[in-house]
Design a protein around this ligand. Structure first.
Ligand code: 13P
Ligand code: SF4
Length: 326
């Protein structure tokens, strides 16, 4: 689905770059000329991660967007991440290499349905996972990421009811850790729920010396197998600090690139997906829409630009700042 707010700016998509150019070199040169900053999530392809100015998890990328002093931010990630960058840094021109790069969690919470849900619990505090649209952020009191969801929920007065949206699995995990009774929205990440329990069990049998580590967007049964649960950044830090030498990693496989850079002497095995694909691991089809060629085109034509209307921007910024101040 193309995002309507920016659809007028995608005319470049039918054009292709000059054949035979070194894309990485050309992107780095153009980035300097245009005073642009390339931000990338750990789940995008290795070639993009290798030339990005900053690679991080959702929280670190939001923080980097906020403090960016560049004229342009090219966000190699998905739409809600680029929108978040625009909300936090409205002066910058924010570009997303492919407007089709959505997210099943953000798609699970359309504004009208979410408003009706919220209205059923008028006294509840709304905590929304950053994986949602700017409109849902504007309807929320707090935003959280997988790095700080527990802290955000713990910061809310004990007598308050809390709506947690849109990721039910993250909500169940936060509920378990905090002991709070959360009102959960029924959203899920198609990538993390696609990790196969049966295949994971077989892998654990084959590698009894490996530690299973998992992202909290996974199903509870997968999390029960994990000795460590955390955001992509926390998982990356864990493989560096742990004394173990072998890990089975239950999250999107893009993070393996960083893990292999940081701990080349350790064995990192991606958790297997239910459906076979090229890597037999969990891959986000939206993150993988970012390619070097699209990144080049985006920088060259400066489209598609991510736009957020003023009223939504203000409401969403308030909820984001409530998170950043915790
Ligand atoms: P984090 O970057 O917070 O680990 O979230 C992972 C994810 O699924 C992003 O879409
Ligand atoms: Fe959304 Fe899941 Fe892809 Fe992250 S990995 S962008 S949560 S679909």
């Amino acid at each position: 689905m193309l995002f309507e707010k920016e659809i007028a700016t995608v005319g470049y998509l039918s054009r292709s770059v000059t054949e035979g150019i070194d894309l990485k070199e050309a992107i780095l040169k153009m980035k300097k000329e245009k005073n642009a900053l390339i931000l990338a999530h750990y789940y995008v392809s290795e070639d993009i991660q290798s030339i990005a100015d900053f690679v991080g998890d959702s929280l670190a990328l939001a923080q980097a967007s906020k403090k960016a002093a560049s004229d342009i931010i090219v966000f190699c990630g998905v739409h809600f991440m680029a929108e978040t960058a625009k909300i936090l840094n409205p002066q910058a021109k924010v570009l997303l290499p492919d407007l089709n790069a959505g997210c099943s969690l953000a798609d699970s919470a359309p504004e009208a349905e979410f408003l009706a849900f919220k209205n059923q619990y008028p006294d509840a505090v709304v905590v929304s996972y950053i994986n949602c649209s700017s409109e849902i952020k504007a309807l929320s009191d707090y935003i959280c990421t997988s790095s700080n969801a527990v802290e955000v929920v713990n910061a809310i007065a004990k007598d308050k009811r809390i709506i947690f949206a849109p990721d039910k699995n993250l909500g169940l995990y936060v509920q378990k850790v905090t002991g709070r009774d959360l009102i959960l929205w029924e959203g899920a990440c198609i990538v993390h729920v696609n990790i196969s329990m049966d295949k994971l069990d077989l892998l654990i049998d084959t590698h009894p010396d490996a530690q299973v580590i998992a992202h909290p967007e996974c199903m509870p049964a997968i999390l029960d197998k994990a000795s460590f649960i955390g955001s992509t950044k926390a998982l990356l830090e864990f493989v560096q600090s742990s004394s173990s030498n072998k890990f089975i990693v239950a999250t999107e496989a893009g993070i393996l690139y960083q893990m292999k850079q940081k701990v080349p002497h350790k064995t990192i095995i991606p958790a297997p997906a239910l459906e076979s694909n090229s890597c037999a691991c969990a891959e986000c089809p939206y993150m993988k829409m970012n390619t070097l060629e699209k990144l080049y085109n985006t920088l060259y034509y400066e489209v598609p630009e991510i736009l957020v209307n003023e009223k939504t921007q203000k409401g969403a910024l308030k909820a984001l700042n409530n998170m950043l101040s915790i």
